[in-house]
Design a protein around this ligand. Structure first.
Ligand code: DX5
Ligand code: ZN
Length: 226
């Protein structure tokens, strides 16, 4: 099965987060929203970096035959370096590591050498200055709009000034870096984030938490396209 390419940096994209999907029927859940989504956001939690524990490379591998989407793996882990190779082999297209854990330059390089798209994430209270030195080395900057760990939390609007800062820096330097927001994204908050410069929108509860996830994804797409 030929996979969908990530697309050019800066295009508006909807990335449903599997965290809010039914893990007992993951392939069905993912296929149900295929027509109205662009990427698939896979939330990996290790029980250390965040208190929650979710999934890893075996699930990525199992899901891979059921979707051609770009698998955008968000690694909420203290030691992602131990698993990047396994994620690449399992079929991850991109991996995003958190800047808070340190060792960032080596991790980004490792991810690049494995042929994946390279992402760097920052928690809501991590300043832009922490990620700025790495802008030239990444394809995606994930600015968390909730504290990571759980789906269904409320959007933290204060992060928007950081989104603006990031978009201005990326534009000023002429870089092709996607700016992704994750946490509390819905039809009300996604347009706010879009207006501040975000172009990739992760949504868990607003898509998989709804009675008609496909329609919910379409509604989200319409909301950011305005
Ligand atoms: C939070 C995860 C998110 C989460 C978003 O730690 O990184 O991707 O699934 O869920 P919602 O959209 O429900 O806030
Ligand atoms: Zn996430």
């Amino acid at each position: 099965m030929e996979r969908v390419r990530p697309g050019s940096a800066g295009e508006l994209r909807i990335a449903p987060s599997v965290l809010s999907a039914d893990f007992g029927s993951l392939a069905n859940a993912v296929q149900a929203v295929d027509g109205e989504t662009d990427w698939l956001h896979v939330d990996v939690m290790d029980g250390h970096f965040v208190p929650n524990l979710t999934i890893g490379p075996p699930v990525v591998k199992s899901l891979r035959p059921y979707s051609q989407k770009f698998f955008d793996c968000h690694l909420m882990m203290t030691e992602p370096g131990r698993y990047l190779d396994a994620f690449a082999k399992a079929g991850a297209d991109g991996c995003t590591v958190h800047v808070e854990i340190g060792g960032t330059r080596e991790l980004l390089l490792q991810c690049r050498e494995l042929g994946m798209r390279v992402g760097l994430a920052a928690n809501p209270d991590t300043p832009f200055s922490a990620v700025e030195p790495f802008l030239e080395e990444i394809d995606l900057l994930l600015l968390m709009t909730v504290f990571p760990g759980f789906g269904g939390q409320s959007f933290i609007g204060d992060v928007m000034s950081k989104v603006t800062e990031a978009r201005e820096a990326v534009t000023r330097r002429g870089l092709n870096v996607d700016i992704e927001v994750d946490g509390g994204i819905d039809t009300t908050t996604a347009p706010i984030a879009a207006n501040h410069g975000a172009n990739v929108f992760v949504a868990g509860n607003a898509i998989f938490g709804q009675s008609d996830p496909l329609r919910a994804a379409a509604d989200l797409r319409r909301a950011i396209a305005k």
